[in-house]
Design a protein around this ligand. Structure first.
Ligand code: J9Q
Length: 270
């Protein structure tokens, strides 16, 4: 065991941002903290402004062709990456709304890399020569407008760090793939058996493990159908799964009484 730990390669992240303070709190808590303290990952956060050469540390400029807002200029980003890059073992990533979608699959591939350099954009964006000239992988965490790439970078740091060998305990690591399995998780319950009039489904207290497994699979399918039909369409379903889906579709056509109505106003993407 000791030998295996000694052979474990340290994973390194260098983050380039105009707001290093955004990272301080999130990196000092929970699993991200423990991964760093345990020497499994090293996360360095750098102020992009320290790669400016002018008196006023200017990092942005007006867009060619006109338009509102300012654009991150290329020099600080290129000079920072030149200094931090460790040859071909470094992967440069730019977080931007123009990126390809970040996903569990992308996180799994990035977890195999030795060194990631993350560049966080701000303002209206950056000079397009930055991602192009750096050979960067441009990633988006989703279709909403943020004030900058810092929170997306934290999302990536979290998703990739937890996949790094040794970061999660053995019991949790086997659960890692629940999302990649293609369905949402089944509903979980703990004590008390009734809370504010809401009872735990009696089957979970039955001790019938076969029936519980079937119920859980069915509820996972129900949730996925209701909330993420896109996932269900691409999921690999067994014969039993198909039967459970048919049961769910029947039940959903005639919804049971006594359930509070879902807030469709907020659960539908308009
Ligand atoms: C830099 N909205 O949004 C979603 N993924 C990344 C981003 C983003 C943003 C603004 C600036 C990144």
């Amino acid at each position: 065991m000791l030998l295996r730990e000694a052979q474990r390669a340290l994973k390194r992240f260098d983050v380039l941002t105009l707001f290093p303070g955004i990272f301080r709190g999130p990196l000092q808590e929970s699993i991200l903290r423990r991964a760093q303290e345990g020497g499994l990952v090293e996360i360095r956060v750098h102020d992009l402004r320290s790669w400016t050469r002018d008196r006023h540390h200017v990092v942005d400029d007006e867009p060619y062709g006109g338009g509102a807002g300012m654009v991150l200029k290329p020099e600080p980003a290129f000079e920072a990456v030149d200094e931090l890059r460790q040859g071909p073992k470094s992967t440069v990533i730019v977080l931007s709304p123009q990126g390809v979608p970040f996903s569990q699959g992308v996180a799994e591939r990035l977890a195999k890399e030795d060194h990631l350099i993350l560049l966080c954009g701000r303002y209206e964006g950056f000079d397009d020569r930055i991602p192009r000239g750096l050979g960067a992988l441009e990633l988006s965490i989703g279709d909403y407008v943020l004030t900058g790439g810092e929170i997306p970078a934290l999302v990536l740091l979290d998703a990739v760090t937890r996949l790094t060998p040794g970061v999660l305990g053995d019991s949790t690591s086997s659960q890692t793939d629940s999302f990649s399995a293609g369905l949402l998780e089944y509903p979980q319950y703990t004590r008390p058996p009734v809370y504010r009039g809401m009872a735990v489904p009696p089957i979970l207290l039955s001790g019938d493990h076969k029936a519980i497994a079937r119920w859980r699979r069915k509820e996972a399918i129900r949730r996925t159908l209701e909330r993420r039909p896109d996932l269900l369409a691409r999921a690999v379903l067994s014969e039993l799964d198909r039967a459970l889906l048919a049961e769910v579709e029947e039940e959903e056509a005639a919804p049971s009484e006594g359930e509070p109505r879902k807030n469709e106003e907020l659960t539908t993407d308009h």
